[in-house]
Design a binder for this molecule. Sequence first.
Ligand code: GLC
Length: 563
Amino acid sequence: MKLTDRQWWKEGIVYQIYPRSFQDTSGNGVGDLNGITKRLDYIKSLGVDIVWLCPVYQSPNDDNGYDISDYRRIMDEFGTMEDFHALLQGMKSRGIKLVMDLVANHTSDEHHWFKESRKSRDNPYRDYYHWWPAEKGTPPKRWSYFDVDANAWKYDKTTDAYYLHYFSVKQPDLKWENPKVRKEIYDILRFWFDKGVDGFRMDVIPFISKDTTYPELPQEFGGNFIPFYSNGPRLHEFLNEMNTEVLSKYDVMSVGEAPGVSITQALDFVDEDRKELNMFFHFDLMSLDRDGDEVFWMRKDPWKLTEFKEVHTKWDAVFAEKGWGSMYLSNHDFPRSVSRWGNDSKAHWHHSATLLHTFLLTMRGTPYFYFGDEIGMTNAYFEHVEDYRDINTLNRFELLKDSGISLEDFIANEKKTARDNARTPMQWDSTEHAGFSNATPWIKVTENHKRGINVAEQEKNANSILNYFRKAVQLRKSHLGLVYGSYHLLLKNHEQIYAYTRVYGDERYLILLNFSTEPVIATINEISYTIAELLLSNSNAKKQVGDSNFKLGPYEASVYQLK
Ligand code: GLC
């Protein structure tokens, strides 16, 4: 198969929904499935083709649904299986595809399998999880994302053994080395595919294979557990098996979440001939503004545009012949895109949000938008620990108590990095709870829904971020070259302008993005061209000021067709 072989999941635009925060209809302050169904016409009006739904399965919500206690039931707070069928039907009738979230590296400790597994050493489910018998001493160090002691081994008294949990103590890791576990997962996939689901986003999928001798962290990883976790010995065997047994039998898409996967390993996952996954999310951009291996801490100096360009240029090149990329600037685990990669001050919010939309929609690779970004929702910037709900913030706060870091520094960091920044309720209108719910929402609504950052107001304004988003979506959909065309970086060393062309047969496009708060003249003379047409711009000002000079205002974005 060649790169340009057409596929719906390459041409589709994905809209990610965090169900807890999208729309409450039951009046409990928590979003639900009926809320999404109610908003389907809005979703359709965006022009997106695929919805990725974060987990909606039964869960005690230690990690907001990423801790599943029953893969075949809908979470009570979100509704019923009937509600799910109605949602799926509503999507199908509008031509929208549904991608669900598969969380199979771990389950909840309240899952039936784990409840059994921890009962006795000879329980039939014992080998569904990773256990280390205490008589062997303390197990070799494993780091955990959400543990108050960052320790991934938890001692369990009942059987005098430790179980492994890369995430919270309530998220024990499944043992994929056991063929029975793999069969269970494949059955779950079939259960949802048979209902008509169109694919899965696969949570931390590179972590599923473990060396079950549990060695000390090999030196080559330099103390960093994440790439070690994503390089398990049987990973590709498992992915290939899942593809052969299940994915290949349906017309579905698969996209893995892939922390720790580097460029040199990329094609091992998505080269079509290997029959593993269609796409994955790399983490190179998400770690750009972070402090080295300290994924939850901001680096001290600001990120540079040349670095941002380098990440995208490198990753585009990997998929130049084989595989396919995925493009995202935000999701439920990271701050809001306009606050992070743009500028959410009053002066620059509109232009920088529309610039970022222009960027994602003119790059090669499937674009993924996180709900609310289409109206330029900003970080929550919570000031008080009590406002945070996320286990990641709350547990790190505990961990910190002995570390000497001040509360002030901690909050300053969380305001920029916390996952809750992007988990606040969708801002539908300017009323008390932003049209999200009649009750007090599970997490605070961001105040700026009263000042223009809401759907109702932006619907009325032809120049709103929302309506620009719709225009940019239509531009991509009506120009196949913006999907499949090759990408060429211009002005590589420029710290303010991101400029590139996309080329597809005779079609050529020039994209100019000013990622700065200053007006800049971009001189494009690396290629020869004549401008045929300005296809899209987030500003009305005249830009071309001479044959190869373009004057771009702060955060100005424009897309030209070239001759
Ligand atoms: C992924 C999810 C994140 C979750 C974690 C554990 O990174 O995106 O939200 O907390 O896995 O499941």
